[in-house]
Every structure is written in structure tokens, then in C-alpha cells.
Design a protein around this ligand. Sequence first.
Ligand SMILES: Nc1ncnc2c1ncn2[C@@H]1O[C@H](COP(=O)(O)OP(=O)(O)OP(=O)(O)O)[C@@H](O)[C@H]1O
Ligand code: SF4
Ligand SMILES: [Mg+2]
Length: 323
Amino acid sequence: MAQVRELTVTYYPEDGDPVRALDGVSIDVHSGEVVGILGESGSGKSTLASALLRLLAPHARCESGTILFRGCDLRNLSETELRAIRGREISLIPQDPALSLNPVMTTGLQIGEVLRAHLPLNAHERRQRVLELLREVGFDHPEEIYSAYPHQLSGGQRQRIAIAQAVACRPALLIADEPTSKLDATLQTEIVALLSQIRRQHGTAILVISHDPALFAGFADRIAVMYAGRIVEVGSSTEIFGQPLHPYTQALVRVATSSALTKSRPRVRLPAIEGESPDPTCIPVGCRFAPRCSERMEVCSLRYPREFVPEPARPVNCFKYGE
Ligand SMILES: Nc1ncnc2c1ncn2[C@@H]1O[C@H](COP(=O)(O)OP(=O)(O)OP(=O)(O)O)[C@@H](O)[C@H]1O
Ligand code: SF4
Ligand SMILES: [Mg+2]
């Protein structure tokens, strides 16, 4: 349904060096599929989400690549054509719903605005539809929530409003950018269960973004691992957790497993992957993970590893799997 090919995006800040946030990123999302994008802060996850909806900052440039949605390249559409797709066919649950919701408009009217933009409903039908949506995302008393302002709601409730807004027109593809990063563990589980339910009931494909591998367990069908603007490995959830191929994925999964253990022993310090991502204004020519990789070889610093496919449907960019 959606195919991103060789997408390259650079930010050109007024007072600094250009930042290549995405460098030849390719990823497919099939109908009804949940695809996870996993990577550390700054790896380019939100840039990918914004590029997919053509909502990049004005100083960002999409240098090359294609974004096919149902066979049509979104990069070639006019702003009017795009408006018909955004919120209707593809919609976004943003990284911080507290910032994206309008503070001076009731939640019911805000959800209604999305319906008004895309569907021919009268005011009464729109209100009924919003109340249904509020019930669907877990509110037992939708009338009260309908007339509440965002600041009167908790973080978890605001996230449910953002989800109701995003699914209002039953999009084919939902992009969820760190949908639980501001929530505690119990609410995280509830939001993931809600997204799973939406996918089950409506066949919605979901591209879900997180730095936390635990979010994808039992939820994502496939996971693409991003590092410093590139996808370095793709596999099914079971493969990524059970048999990660790339040394970066292996480290992430190791850290996630020991984090899960230390959560039950809170006084133990959470582990982290040693070292830092490369400076995005000065990316090295070789493998970007090389400075942090315990398995690096001479060739790793000489050129970027091409994609190897050591097992069916398991692309990985690492010289351990070929030269
Ligand atoms: N508006 C912007 N202007 C300039 N550089 C930006 C902008 N937004 C992002 N970047 C840079 O692009 C790179 C990718 O950022 P992006 O926000 O896509 O990463 P991310 O994986 O979503 O990180 P996080 O997990 O912290 O949300 C980073 O180096 C970041 O500093
Ligand atoms: S290409 Fe080399 S440095 Fe990069 S992850 Fe593989 S072994 Fe490590
Ligand atoms: Mg982000």
C-alpha cells in the first residue's frame, strides 16, 4: 500500500551546517500491517513520519526518493490533492498531543473538524459520530469529554483524543509517532491495546515509531531498525527480538531485556548502549555504527555496507554478512 524508496531528507538550518536526517530510506507498509520503526533519539524517525505526510519543516528539503501511496507518488501531488489525503487516507498521531491539540477548542469540536474537512455530514450526524469515536477510544462518558478542553484532561486522555482525531475518517494508514512516550507503563499498555483493536476492527495499517523495543512486542508484525538516518535491518517482530542480525539491533534488544529485568529492581541503574550516534552534520563514510561496534573490522570504516539478505526477507546492512 505504501512504499518509500531511497528517501533522502536534509535540514538546512539558518545558523548551522546541513543535517542529513534521512539517507536513502526504503520501507514498505502493506494493508492492515503494523510496522515498527525502532531507533534512538535523532535517528530520523519523526522526519520519516513528517516526510510521509509532506509535513516537513520549511527549511527541510526532500532531496530524492519516492513515497508511493496506492501507486501514486505523494511527492508529486499539489497541496490541494494532499489535503484530501491527509487525515482521510493517511493520518498522524503526533509525538506530543499536548502541543497538537487546540487549547481553546473543546475536544468534541476538534474531532468534528476532521470529519467536516472530509465527510459530508450535517452538524447532528457529526456530533453523533464524534460521540461514537470517543466511546471507541475508551471514554465511558463521551458527552462530558466532548465538551472538555484539552487542559482539563490527563495525558492519557489527551492521547486518546489524538487517536480519535486520527482515526475519525477511517484512514488506511495511521502513523503513530512515539504514541506512548509521555505515558506511564499502565497507560502505555492501554494505548497499545487500543491501537491493536483499531487495526483488528478496521484493518488499518499502522506505522508506529518508538525508541523502546518493548512497545513493539506482540504489536508490530515487522520492525525496521534505524540508525543515524538509515534503516540498518528489517525483520518480523519474532526475528528482531529472537535473532537480531545487526550488532546495533543486538545491543538494543540486550538493553531492552535487561531494562525489563531492572524495572522490577528499581535501584539497579538502567543499562545503555555505550557511545553516541555520529554527529549528523558530519556523517562518517563507513558504517555509522562502527565507533560503537565491538565487532567492527577494517572494511567497516572504509565504506558503507550495502544491503545483504542472509535469510529470506531479512535485509541487513552489515559487513558480517558479506562484502
Ligand atoms: N526542524 C529541524 N531542524 C533542524 N534539524 C532537525 C529538525 N528536526 C530534526 N532535526 C535533526 O534531524 C535528525 C533527525 O531528527 P528526528 O527528529 O527525525 O529524530 P527522531 O528519531 O524522531 O528523534 P526523537 O526520538 O528524539 O524524537 C536529528 O539530528 C535532528 O537534530
Ligand atoms: S558493518 Fe562493521 S561496524 Fe558496522 S555493524 Fe557491521 S560489523 Fe559493526
Ligand atoms: Mg521523534
